[in-house]
Design a protein around this ligand. Sequence first.
Ligand SMILES: [Zn+2]
Length: 150
Amino acid sequence: MSVPKVRKSDAEWRRVLSRDVYAVLRKQATERPFSGKYHNNHATGLYRCAGCDLPLFSSKTKFDSGTGWPSFWEPIRPEHVLTSTDLSYGMIRTEVRCASCEGHLGHVFNDGPRPTGLRYCINSLALRFEAGRTDLAALAVLGLIAALTR
Ligand SMILES: [Zn+2]
């Protein structure tokens, strides 16, 4: 299933997002480590995009990386995130963005745990946690409803 695109002008994003969330999602800012809401969150649930609500990560793939940012070894579905090469700050990194609104989420590194060996290092500000459900079947139905009502 492809992900419906959410498009807004820069002015619209500025209006609907808080200043801090806007800086991360739309201007690729990085929150200070250990400053966010979710690096130490161990509750069961879903992490949605703070810009468009697309489910991005599940608590089932979250792990304690010790970096001070929420870390996951896999997105909830591969097609829910986009990756591209980021050459800023003199480093070669892989940027992770939301597949729907294309908001900046963080970066993915190759030093994660099994089974993927990946570490999705994500800003808390780019996420909105929803406690409870983590199953994809319910998500598929909700995604369909969202697509129909958009
Ligand atoms: Zn999004």
